[in-house]
Design a protein around this ligand. Structure first.
Ligand code: SF4
Ligand code: FES
Length: 152
């Protein structure tokens, strides 16, 4: 039997053992509670990297009931005794805001796009109950308003 002490961190209140492949909070969470628990964008090989999209944000406390801070789970190492919270109202709102921002700057040409229907951006937007058409309309309105501002 190994004399090495098992290292435990908590996902939404439940304890899990940190393994050698868990190089980030995201990998740790995915391996125990599924691929879809925490959304990602710039972690997706089908898309050009967005840099620090932060869609994968989770809340982490360093002790039970301790203060939490929001971290990008794909960039943050998992550590012993962390309490990781994957879902709550504030995180959903943060993720929605981020994806809305990404969509407003994104050429929505899904019909002719090679990853149409196999696209993490579409999936994440849909999981967050964002309607891409609404965002497109908002984008058009924004462009219209910007055009109006240039008219003197
Ligand atoms: S399928 Fe649509 S949302 Fe996805 S990358 Fe292509 S254009 Fe963008
Ligand atoms: S998936 Fe984009 S910052 Fe983590």
């Amino acid at each position: 039997m190994s004399s090495e002490k098992r290292k435990i961190a908590y996902i939404d209140g439940k304890p899990y053992e940190i393994g050698p492949n868990h190089t980030s909070i995201l990998k740790f969470v995915k391996s125990y509670v599924g691929e879809k628990k925490v959304p990602t964008l710039c972690d997706d090989p089908n898309l050009a990297p967005y840099g620090a999209c932060r869609v994968c944000s989770v809340e982490v406390a360093l002790e039970k009931d301790g203060p939490t801070r929001v971290v990008a789970s794909c960039h943050t190492p998992v550590a012993e005794k962390q309490h990781i919270f994957t879902t709550n109202e504030a995180l959903t709102s943060l993720r929605k805001n981020i994806v809305e921002l990404v969509l407003t700057d994104h050429p929505m040409e899904c019909d002719t796009c090679e990853v149409n229907n196999n696209c993490e951006l579409q999936t994440v937007a849909s999981d967050l109950e964002l309607k891409i058409t609404d965002i497109t309309v908002q984008n058009n309105i924004r462009e219209f308003q910007e055009t109006l501002l240039t008219i003197t």
